[in-house]
Design a protein around this ligand. Structure first.
Ligand code: ADP
Ligand code: MG
Ligand code: MG
Length: 369
């Protein structure tokens, strides 16, 4: 069946009123297929909604995933009403189908979901100015603040061990040992770099186990284009793309944002002299994030922010090298050494952060007090 007919089939599973006047692909997301559907409703005019075909190649358990999203957004909605905000624009609103479910399936077995369309806001693909990066930190910090009393342990871990760096280290070691395509000999320097820092893989996990760091709701895809920015105020309005919302550590979200957002080069830059962790960008994001958290993170969490950046970058470098050693089965590559190049930028960033460690901690302390 073509997409148009599948969409109509899906639409009929909801209690929508009015007549469909337009359906078109929307946004620039790479994971799900997103459509804007417009209804003409008597006395109300045109009402837009978002329909998304979920990517079940990546997300194997769409039912649990939607339960997570429904729980988190219902909680956010109450919080936003409490502080006098606009729940229609400041969080996603999941549309339930005729059976009261937060998803539906078409006749080909694809999973779909509907959201209220958030008007007067835009998601931007690129960080163009420091202000964008600051707004991004502020928005993800606020997300932490609003969800600080959400019982994170009730969420499904839709991708088990996603940031279990210790488990990832074990997978890495196995990949080195098995060396199935005989690449280990060419990447000894990188392998040694990781093995010399083995203890990094344990740091956050042990802090979590010792309850030094509390379990939080984490977003796990903290790109700028997962924030809707208000067209009028130019401030972060709503965090979207909640597919990877899971229990985790707040410092992981922060760390991943720094890993890709404060780097001076692209993830696959070949000229490593161009790759650094920019301390100005680090400061801009840190400032936004800590302000956005509005005192809802513990002191230990805030002090562990630099560690979050270091460990997330280390983890990512290790994952790229693992994939390279395993024959590039996970990350899409454009050329044979793509994963190796990616690994090298991450390890260069780790080395750079180690050099700038005192400065990173000094910046964090500045915004804590
Ligand atoms: P992906 O996982 O593919 O990135 P997203 O959930 O991020 O999917 O959605 C893709 C794009 O669709 C977003 O970047 C945003 O521009 C737009 N979008 C998604 N949900 C809404 C919504 N409720 N209101 C307005 N725009 C939305
Ligand atoms: Mg997205
Ligand atoms: Mg996504």
């Amino acid at each position: 069946m073509n997409n148009e007919n599948l969409l109509k089939e899906v639409i009929s599973q909801f209690d929508f009123v009015g007549e469909v006047i337009q359906i078109r692909p929307y946004g620039s997301g790479h994971i799900n297929d997103t459509y804007l559907v417009e209804f003409k409703i008597k006395h109300m005019g045109v009402v837009p909604i978002i329909l998304q075909r979920m990517n079940t190649n990546i997300f194997k358990n769409p039912v649990q995933l939607m339960e997570n999203i429904l729980n988190v957004t219902t909680f956010l909605r109450k919080k936003i009403i409490q502080y006098g905000g606009d729940p229609e624009r400041e969080t996603l609103t999941v549309i339930l189908n005729k059976n009261g479910k937060p998803y539906c399936q078409d006749s080909e077995g694809h999973y779909w979901r509907g959201y209220h369309f958030i008007t007067g806001a835009t998601s931007y693909d690129e960080v163009k100015t420091d202000e964008d990066f600051y707004q991004s930190g502020l928005a993800f910090g606020k997300f932490q603040s609003l969800l600080s009393d959400f019982p994170a342990h009730t969420l499904y871990e839709t991708i088990p061990d996603f940031h279990n760096t210790r488990a990832r280290l074990e997978v890495f070691k196995k990949a080195v040992e098995e060396d199935i395509i005989n690449r280990a000999k060419d990447v000894q320097k990188e392998i040694q770099f990781i093995l010399q820092r083995e203890e990094l893989a344990n740091k956050l996990i042990s802090m979590q186990e010792n309850q030094e760091l509390p379990l939080r709701v984490t977003h796990n895809d903290t790109k700028l284009n997962n924030i809707l920015i208000d067209d009028k105020t130019h401030q972060g309005l709503c965090i979207i793309d909640l597919d990877t919302v899971m229990p985790g550590l707040a410092v992981n979200d922060f760390g991943d944002s720094i890993r890709f957002g404060a780097s001076t080069a692209l993830e696959d830059e070949k000229d490593l002299s161009k790759v650094q962790c920019d301390m100005h960008l680090f400061e801009v994001y840190t400032k936004g994030f800590i302000q956005g958290c509005q005192g809802q993170l513990t002191l230990a969490e805030m002090q562990a922010l630099p560690l979050g950046a270091l460990v997330m970058t280390f983890e990512c470098g290790m994952r790229f090298l693992t994939d390279y050693l395993q024959g590039d089965t996970y990350f899409k590559i454009q050329y044979s050494t793509h994963n190796l190049d990616r690994c090298r930028t991450q390890l260069k960033l780790v080395a750079d952060m180690e050099k700038k460690w005192n400065e990173m901690n000094y910046i964090v302390e500045k915004y804590i007090s």
